[in-house]
Each structure stands twice: as C-alpha cells, then as structure tokens.
Design a protein around this ligand. Sequence first.
Ligand SMILES: C[S@@+](CC[C@H](N)C(=O)[O-])C[C@H]1O[C@@H](n2cnc3c(N)ncnc32)[C@H](O)[C@@H]1O
Ligand code: SF4
Ligand code: SF4
Length: 338
Amino acid sequence: MYCPNPYILAEIMPYGNVYPCSCGWIRGYSFGNIFEQSFDEIWNGEKAKEFRQKLYDNDFSLCPGCQNLEILEEIKDSEPKLISEPPERILLGLDEFCDVKCIFCRSDNHKVSSLIPDDKKDKLLEILTPWLKNAKYVKTNAVGEVFASKISRDLIKSIADNFPNIKFEIITNGIQCTKENIEKLNLTDRISMITVSLHAMKESTYNKIVRGGNYKKTIENIKYLSSLKKAGKIERFEIHFTVTSINYKEIKDIIRFARSLDAKVRLLGLDCSRDLEQLYNKINIQDKKHPDYNKLVKTFQAKEIKEAKDIVIQGLDYFTGLKKISFIEKIKNSFKKK
Ligand SMILES: C[S@@+](CC[C@H](N)C(=O)[O-])C[C@H]1O[C@@H](n2cnc3c(N)ncnc32)[C@H](O)[C@@H]1O
Ligand code: SF4
Ligand code: SF4
C-alpha cells in the first residue's frame, strides 16, 4: 500500500513550512520552508524523498495520527518514485488573522500578526508560482479567516487573477462570506467546495462559542451559499461543527438544517493540543472523565446519527478515545481484510 498525498498535496502553513499532509497527522514532519528554500529543494529534497521512501516501504512511522486510511492505494511501481511533479492541491494557511475568537481555537489574540517575513510579504505570488504550476485546487484558509485577513484576500485574488484554471476550496466562519466579497476576490464560479463552520443552531449557543461573531449574518450567508449549491455552481458544500459539551445537544438540528441546504455535515472532535487546558477540561465531552460523556455516546447511538449516510465524523476517535485504535493497528487490520 502507498499513499498519494506526498505527490499531490502540499500544505503551506504560517511560517512557510510545507507539509505533505495534515500537519497533526504527520506530527509536523515538514519538507522545507518556502521563505528559505527553492521549490525543488523542498518538493524533491531529502526530506521529501525520505517520506516517500518510507511510505513505499509501508513504514508509516511518520504518519502516526493518520485519519485518512481510505486514501491508501495498492503499489503498482516496482521502484519507489521519490521525485514528483508539482502538487495538484495546495492548502494555503499562511496567515492566522481572524475576525472572531472561537473559544476552542483562540485564547485572547485573534488579530495575530502575520508570521511572514517582512521582505517576503510583497513576493508571495512569485514565491508560490512554482508550487501553483500544476495546481488544480487551492484550499484556504484552515488556520485563520480568509475573508478577514488582508494577506489572505490579496493572495487569493492574485492567484485567481493569474491562474484562471485553478478552482478554490474555501473554509470560512461565514461572517464575511457574502456575494460581494466573493466577487471582489474574483471567485465567482471558481469555488469547487465551500465549508462554513457553524457550531450551533441556536443563536445563544453560537454566541457562547464564537466570541465577536455574527450569527444572523452567518445564517444569511449560508443560505446564499446554499442557493449556489442548489443551482449547481458549487460542487461541494459542508458545514463544520466542532463537538463540545456546550453544543452537542444541537447536533441533530444541525444535520436537519444542513439537509435543507443541500450541505453535508462534518462533526469534528475537539483537538485539545492547544494551550487551553482549563477550558478543554470543561468542554471536552469526548473525554470519558467528562460528566456528560455518556450523554454524548447516547447521542451518537441514536438511529438518525448512526445510520446517516451524509455526515462525516472526524477526529472523535483520535482526539478522544471513543474508539481508540492506533493507525498502525488500522493498517494491520486493513491488510487482514484483503
Ligand atoms: C481553524 S478554523 C479556520 C477556518 C475558518 N476560520 C473557520 O472557522 O472555519 C478551521 C476549523 O477548525 C476548527 N477548530 C478550531 N479549533 C478547533 C479545536 N480546538 N478542535 C477542533 N476543531 C477546531 C474550526 O471549528 C473550523 O471548523
Ligand atoms: S498515510 Fe495518512 S498521514 Fe501519511 S501522508 Fe497519507 S494520508 Fe497523510
Ligand atoms: S473563526 Fe476559525 S480561525 Fe477564527 S477563531 Fe474561529 S475557528 Fe479559529
């Protein structure tokens, strides 16, 4: 078995580090840094070759947190391919700036300063051009808010203007995701996928989670996006819902709402790796020691969630222990089944 990700995907994150997959799954194994090295030095450098060789050898030690076993394919080459063409998917997360503070994401500073070196700020398109050469999709911004960050907005617009064949996958809190702002970024008819994070169905619950947010605007914008999806102008539409003790009672309502929008729901387990320990102790309902843990399990056992084909549950096992089984164990099991 091998994994296509280190040939097709590059995640470019705040300091300019490049990862071949979700940074947490591969515990931060970076191929290199776009502000310090050339495209070739990174994408086909020693660290990239080592990663590809390991996957070819079925050594998954660099992928201990993998959540994407379905992606593995059977090896067809007799020799490992260590050199790769430029990736076809780029995840751009260069700026963490945000217009709100979700309690599980930021402690106090949401208007963070950019980590991009000053002398590189005007050269982002030039630096990224070799990365974008083969790109079919650019996804942004999984670490900040694309519509709130000037750096992200300017970058996306210049990519959209200069690479007319690239399609965009947008992840947003929805507050500023209006028709006008989509037009300003030259993204009209260029969005293949849009994900809006909506962690509550009730406004009062939303306000407990998204500090400084705007529930009404978010819902209004979600309805606009739904009209685009229903008109066939967006291929995929998802609602992200991070499960906590504050909002778990609204999961069923979110699923119903998403169905009315022609959207899929992705339920995310709480990632407790940030420096917010006291809060996580209170809201991490996926922890067996949490007083409401059994209520969460009951919620997930309800027929309408258990049998739903249009929801994805991500990270509940990995972050929480609901179904603790290591990645290596999963690989072994998948071999046993074959
Ligand atoms: C970091 S945000 C960036 C994109 C955009 N600002 C948004 O909120 O969708 C990406 C996703 O990560 C989720 N997220 C943030 N902190 C999290 C945490 N501690 N555990 C689980 N999910 C988290 C958010 O709910 C959101 O769906
Ligand atoms: S095996 Fe899993 S963690 Fe490793 S690159 Fe592939 S999808 Fe990512
Ligand atoms: S909107 Fe997104 S980036 Fe901003 S604080 Fe919330 S989860 Fe984090």
